[in-house]
Write a protein that binds this ligand. Sequence first.
Ligand code: HEC
Length: 211
Amino acid sequence: MKFSKTILSLTGLVVLAGCASFATGPSSAEIEALLKSSFDERGLAKLDRLDQSALQRACSDYAGKELPKGLREKLEKAAIDGVKTPAGSLLGNWQNGERIAQNGRGLQFTDTPETVAGGNCYACHQIRKDELSYGNIGPSLYNYGKLRGVSDPSSPNSDPIIKYTWAKIWNSHAFNACSQMPRYGDAAILNEQGLKDVMALLLDPRSPVNQ
Ligand code: HEC
């Protein structure tokens, strides 16, 4: 009797200890050390990719929790202040935009510095209705222009939807500090023409996205 009680209470202790280590988890420094020890530099992929920006660190510190309002506003403002908007039309060629949205190449260790990176937008978004292979981390962008409306095509840079969409694609953190979407302009993943082409895919009334 006494023996089985001891076993029981020991099991209880082990369970409790298990819960305690789940509750606290490893520290940021421990995670960082583990990550650094388990990656090697290869090709384009250097270890500096593991160094977090102030924004990424804040988002890791508050993972699963709300960022304090002041901090969130500060990070979003810094992102929006960094958006660069060229003069002239922001809408390029939707056919090329579709190729970019489909293309997941670029910035991988198997790529060369000359590889032109794609946007891989379909990895997270539905875009054209007839493309059945897409991820759903992000919202569906099917009918994006049709639903949002583009009111002033003659002066695209002052149209609020065109301005918002350019800024969102340039640096998604401008409207959601801890967004999971890549910073296509800010991190120079796409060049200016590539950004204009994905804009056209979403906003050109002739694009299949808006049919
Ligand atoms: C890793 C996933 C991911 C990829 C890749 C991605 N996005 Fe997103 N995107 C999101 C998420 C998540 C949201 C919504 C929440 C947010 O902003 O964090 C979003 C939001 C958007 C929005 C705003 C939608 C709205 O209704 O306001 C646009 C526009 C957009 N994405 C365009 C694109 C384009 C164009 C590409 C490719 C060049 C792309 N996204 C690639 C995850 C992604």
